[in-house]
Design a protein around this ligand. Structure first.
Ligand code: GDP
Length: 487
């Protein structure tokens, strides 16, 4: 220690610089290897040693459930009642989340409490995004339509919740419909292993109607009570950690992203890093479009001032401008290395397929140098691939469509996503697809005429639609074409 020259500052929690650590290692006859890469990235601060001393924060809630069971209607009604109850004049915007005040009730100690609802798409194709929603959320509200009961996506949500720490509240919806049998739904839930309070368990179920608003106050109170039991707390000051829920280019503001704050505070003037982009925060606005001075844990605000569009689902951290610059350079270098590897792999595979096709052709032409047996052995191993280059309008939708498409296929033929990106289809997308013998997916983006012509001349197929199901169907049809004929 004395030789390492740090006797004056050594204490049990002293953080070693890489130089000191190297000196110490050498002191013990070891040969240190310094990983400078790690030093150039920014990481979320470690968990607080004593979380129970931190200030309370609002719960973050996601609404999930089977398609058509009324998630969107419920969210819309919750949002509009919250606007009606809040200050007049706010125009609600879809930013990925909104806050609802908890209605004043006798047992409420803090009347200013709110609940943050995420309005991530609740569609079947967005299941992966919903899964991510659950990872930043504290409570899942599972919507079950009383006239339809338990359906496949209801079970999917139950599985998701079962394997996580999130709290569960069931909203038995559409109870305004004549003849609905709430008890029947409760029994069906019990049969799925959901221990409802009615049957002595601890999962609350609230009958509601998203259409008429019936039961919504009780739903909000139930969520609030569960949140209180979860004792949700976070630092309201200090280093920020958050996640981007959505991002888009807004007229006059440039690239904007909704950031859900998990820890710390978010204020104009701060420097942010998210993936490989950065921001000097210009303006923060809430879901009613009003500018806010700061955002704290549990709040979601739209942030302007980004250099480029941040990706939905990416972590947001603060740091000095210089540290962020270094971290971005580091992340870009890493990303470039990874994408070069992917490209090389794809190109090699393309070459291999071409060679194999040529050889197979020679066999069928009766080339004596290529015997059928040998050629059969050279068939590529593993499933056949429909390789995709995916472009979409915003990062959330790119992710959603990627997640929906990548699961298409089986052990014999399947989808392989080679690259994804935000924005209109361009010439380099066509070149990339050409290099891998792939197909371009254009989800809610334009394919400019010259690019279309280029694709045509290069024989690169483009599947373009703004309907996720249509693309799923088209891709499925192409994967089916890859399957060997049934003999
Ligand atoms: P999502 O797919 O889960 O988002 O479902 P939607 O909110 O789009 O609702 C699907 C359909 O059910 C729409 O026609 C709604 O008008 C209807 N719906 C939703 N909630 C209710 C409700 O509480 N009562 C009744 N009667 N219909 C509802």
């Amino acid at each position: 220690m004395i030789q390492a020259g740090m006797e004056a500052e050594a204490s049990h929690d002293h953080m070693l610089t890489s130089e000191y650590a190297s000196l110490l290692a050498m002191e013990f006859n070891r040969n240190p290897v310094v990983n400078d890469e790690a030093a150039f990235d920014l990481y979320a601060p470690p968990p607080h040693p004593n979380p129970s001393t931190l200030p309370a924060r609002p719960p973050v809630v996601t609404i999930m459930g089977h398609v058509d069971h009324g998630k969107t209607t419920l969210l819309d009604t919750l949002r509009s009642t919250s606007v009606a109850k809040g200050e007049a004049g706010g125009i609600t915007q879809h930013i990925g989340a909104f806050s609802v005040p908890v209605p004043a009730s006798g047992n409420m100690s803090d009347p200013t409490r709110t609940i943050t609802f995420l309005d991530t798409p609740g569609h079947a194709a967005f299941s992966a995004m919903r899964a991510r929603g659950a990872s930043v959320t504290d409570i899942v509200v599972l919507v079950v339509a009383a006239d339809d009961g338990i359906m496949p996506q209801t079970r999917e949500v139950l599985n998701l919740v079962k394997n996580s720490k999130v709290g569960l509240v069931v909203a038995i919806n559409k109870v305004d419909k004549p003849g609905v049998d709430i008890t029947k739904v409760e029994h069906a839930l019990l049969a799925e292993g959901v221990q409802l309070e009615t049957f002595g368990g601890d999962i609350p179920a609230v009958p509601v109607s998203g259409l008429t608003g019936q039961g919504l106050d009780q739903l909000v109170e139930t969520i609030s009570a569960l949140a209180e039991m979860q004792d949700l707390r976070a630092e309201r000051e200090g280093v920020l950690q958050g996640y981007v829920l959505e991002s888009k280019v807004t007229k006059g503001l440039g690239p904007t992203g909704t950031v859900l704050v998990l820890r710390g505070d978010l204020k104009p003037g701060q420097h942010l890093i998210c993936g490989t982009t950065s921001a000097k925060v210009r303006v923060l606005t809430d879901s009613s479009g009003k500018p806010v001075k700061a955002a704290y844990p549990g709040m979601a605000v739209t942030v302007s001032g980004w250099k480029e569009l941040p990706n939905a689902g990416d972590e947001v951290l603060t740091g000095s401008e210089a540290d962020i610059k270094k971290a971005i350079a580091n992340r870009l270098r890493k990303a470039e290395m990874e994408s070069t590897l992917v490209d090389l792999e794809a190109i090699n595979e393309h070459r291999r397929t071409e060679r194999e096709n040529r050889e197979a052709e020679q066999v069928t032409k009766g080339d004596p140098s290529a015997r059928g047996e040998e050629a059969a052995q050279k068939q590529p191993e593993g499933p056949k691939e429909l390789r995709l280059v995916i472009k979409g309008d915003v990062s959330g939708s790119v992710e959603a469509i990627s997640n929906a498409l990548e699961i298409i296929g089986n052990d014999v033929a399947r989808v392989k996503i080679v690259s994804t990106g935000v924005g209109d289809v361009n010439e380099s997308d066509i070149q990339r697809a050409k290099a891998i013998n792939g197909t371009v997916i254009a989800f809610s983006v334009k394919v400019p005429r010259p690019v279309e012509a280029e694709a045509h001349s290069q024989h690169v197929p483009i599947l373009s639609s703004s309907v996720i199901y249509k693309l799923m169907d088209d891709v499925t049809a192409r994967v089916v074409e890859l399957l060997p004929p049934i003999t």
